[in-house]
Design a protein around this ligand. Structure first.
Ligand code: RB5
Length: 147
Protein backbone atom coordinates (compact mmCIF):
# COMPACT_ATOMS: atom_id res chain seq x y z
CA UNK A 1 0.00 0.00 0.00
CA UNK A 2 1.18 3.50 -0.86
CA UNK A 3 0.54 6.34 1.61
CA UNK A 4 -0.16 9.68 -0.07
CA UNK A 5 -0.06 13.16 1.39
CA UNK A 6 0.08 16.74 0.18
CA UNK A 7 -0.34 20.33 1.22
CA UNK A 8 -2.03 22.93 -0.98
CA UNK A 9 1.15 23.31 -3.07
CA UNK A 10 1.18 19.63 -3.95
CA UNK A 11 -2.46 18.59 -4.01
CA UNK A 12 -2.82 18.73 -7.80
CA UNK A 13 0.12 16.43 -8.48
CA UNK A 14 -1.06 14.13 -5.68
CA UNK A 15 -4.42 13.87 -7.43
CA UNK A 16 -2.71 13.07 -10.73
CA UNK A 17 -0.73 10.31 -8.98
CA UNK A 18 -3.97 8.99 -7.45
CA UNK A 19 -5.52 8.70 -10.90
CA UNK A 20 -2.47 6.74 -12.04
CA UNK A 21 -2.67 4.42 -9.01
CA UNK A 22 -6.39 3.88 -9.67
CA UNK A 23 -5.69 3.00 -13.30
CA UNK A 24 -3.06 0.45 -12.22
CA UNK A 25 -5.21 -0.85 -9.35
CA UNK A 26 -2.39 -0.05 -6.90
CA UNK A 27 -3.69 0.26 -3.32
CA UNK A 28 -3.19 3.59 -1.56
CA UNK A 29 -4.39 5.60 1.42
CA UNK A 30 -4.78 9.33 0.98
CA UNK A 31 -3.93 11.33 4.11
CA UNK A 32 -5.03 14.60 2.45
CA UNK A 33 -5.16 17.47 1.87
CA UNK A 34 -8.05 17.41 -0.58
CA UNK A 35 -8.24 20.98 -1.90
CA UNK A 36 -6.04 24.02 -2.56
CA UNK A 37 -6.83 25.81 0.69
CA UNK A 38 -3.62 26.63 2.58
CA UNK A 39 -2.60 23.93 5.06
CA UNK A 40 0.61 23.15 6.95
CA UNK A 41 2.69 20.30 5.54
CA UNK A 42 4.42 18.88 8.65
CA UNK A 43 1.37 17.17 10.25
CA UNK A 44 0.59 15.47 6.94
CA UNK A 45 4.21 14.38 6.51
CA UNK A 46 4.09 12.95 10.03
CA UNK A 47 0.95 10.89 9.34
CA UNK A 48 2.40 9.41 6.15
CA UNK A 49 5.77 8.72 7.80
CA UNK A 50 4.16 7.00 10.80
CA UNK A 51 1.99 4.86 8.53
CA UNK A 52 5.19 3.47 7.01
CA UNK A 53 6.97 2.91 10.31
CA UNK A 54 3.93 1.15 11.81
CA UNK A 55 3.71 -1.15 8.77
CA UNK A 56 0.40 0.13 7.42
CA UNK A 57 2.05 1.36 4.21
CA UNK A 58 5.12 0.08 2.35
CA UNK A 59 6.09 3.45 0.86
CA UNK A 60 4.82 6.99 0.71
CA UNK A 61 4.57 9.88 -1.68
CA UNK A 62 4.44 13.40 -0.24
CA UNK A 63 3.80 16.48 -2.33
CA UNK A 64 4.19 20.14 -1.40
CA UNK A 65 5.29 23.21 -3.34
CA UNK A 66 8.91 22.08 -3.64
CA UNK A 67 8.90 18.66 -1.96
CA UNK A 68 11.50 20.05 0.44
CA UNK A 69 9.35 20.89 3.47
CA UNK A 70 7.71 17.49 3.29
CA UNK A 71 11.10 15.76 3.11
CA UNK A 72 12.57 17.69 6.02
CA UNK A 73 9.52 16.87 8.17
CA UNK A 74 9.27 13.20 7.16
CA UNK A 75 12.98 12.61 7.71
CA UNK A 76 12.55 13.55 11.39
CA UNK A 77 10.75 10.22 11.88
CA UNK A 78 13.19 7.45 12.74
CA UNK A 79 13.47 4.93 9.91
CA UNK A 80 12.23 7.27 7.22
CA UNK A 81 14.38 7.91 4.17
CA UNK A 82 12.47 10.59 2.29
CA UNK A 83 13.90 11.83 -1.00
CA UNK A 84 13.09 14.93 -2.99
CA UNK A 85 13.27 14.01 -6.68
CA UNK A 86 12.92 16.26 -9.68
CA UNK A 87 13.87 13.83 -12.43
CA UNK A 88 13.62 10.18 -13.45
CA UNK A 89 17.26 9.39 -12.69
CA UNK A 90 16.94 10.49 -9.06
CA UNK A 91 13.61 8.65 -8.62
CA UNK A 92 15.25 5.44 -9.82
CA UNK A 93 18.53 5.83 -7.95
CA UNK A 94 16.98 6.73 -4.62
CA UNK A 95 15.17 3.39 -4.69
CA UNK A 96 18.15 1.39 -5.98
CA UNK A 97 20.78 2.91 -3.68
CA UNK A 98 19.01 4.61 -0.76
CA UNK A 99 16.05 2.22 -0.33
CA UNK A 100 14.04 5.41 -0.01
CA UNK A 101 10.65 4.88 1.56
CA UNK A 102 9.07 8.27 0.79
CA UNK A 103 9.20 10.11 -2.52
CA UNK A 104 8.81 13.87 -2.14
CA UNK A 105 7.66 15.92 -5.11
CA UNK A 106 7.10 19.61 -5.72
CA UNK A 107 3.91 20.77 -7.38
CA UNK A 108 5.56 24.10 -8.19
CA UNK A 109 8.61 22.34 -9.65
CA UNK A 110 7.24 19.57 -11.85
CA UNK A 111 3.97 19.16 -13.73
CA UNK A 112 1.37 16.43 -13.30
CA UNK A 113 2.76 14.28 -16.13
CA UNK A 114 6.26 14.38 -14.64
CA UNK A 115 4.87 13.60 -11.18
CA UNK A 116 3.17 10.47 -12.49
CA UNK A 117 6.33 9.45 -14.36
CA UNK A 118 8.47 9.78 -11.21
CA UNK A 119 5.88 8.00 -9.03
CA UNK A 120 5.74 5.08 -11.50
CA UNK A 121 9.54 4.71 -11.57
CA UNK A 122 9.72 5.00 -7.79
CA UNK A 123 7.06 2.34 -7.23
CA UNK A 124 8.51 -0.08 -9.78
CA UNK A 125 12.18 0.15 -8.78
CA UNK A 126 13.63 -2.22 -6.18
CA UNK A 127 16.50 -1.69 -3.74
CA UNK A 128 19.81 -3.22 -4.86
CA UNK A 129 21.05 -4.14 -1.38
CA UNK A 130 24.72 -5.19 -1.13
CA UNK A 131 27.07 -2.32 -0.32
CA UNK A 132 24.08 0.03 -0.22
CA UNK A 133 22.61 -1.84 2.75
CA UNK A 134 25.80 -1.10 4.71
CA UNK A 135 25.39 2.60 3.94
CA UNK A 136 21.78 2.55 5.08
CA UNK A 137 22.83 0.78 8.25
CA UNK A 138 25.22 3.68 8.82
CA UNK A 139 22.33 6.14 8.52
CA UNK A 140 20.46 4.12 11.17
CA UNK A 141 23.58 4.34 13.36
CA UNK A 142 23.39 8.14 13.12
CA UNK A 143 19.77 7.94 14.35
CA UNK A 144 20.94 5.86 17.34
CA UNK A 145 23.64 8.43 18.11
CA UNK A 146 26.43 5.97 17.33
CA UNK A 147 27.94 7.94 14.47
C1 RB5 B 1 3.68 26.40 0.93
O1 RB5 B 1 3.55 27.71 0.49
C2 RB5 B 1 5.08 25.88 0.67
O2 RB5 B 1 5.98 26.50 1.55
C3 RB5 B 1 5.13 24.39 0.84
O3 RB5 B 1 4.25 23.80 -0.06
C4 RB5 B 1 6.46 23.72 0.58
O4 RB5 B 1 6.97 24.10 -0.66
C5 RB5 B 1 7.45 23.79 1.65
O5 RB5 B 1 8.56 23.26 1.52
Amino acid sequence: MIALGADHGGVLIKDAIKKYLDSEKIAYKDFGTFDEESIDYAPIAAQVAHSIINGEAERGILCCGTGIGMSIAANKVKGIRASVCTNAFCAEMTRRHNNSNILCLGGRVIDEKQAVELAKIYIETEFEGGRHQRRIDEIAAIERGEL
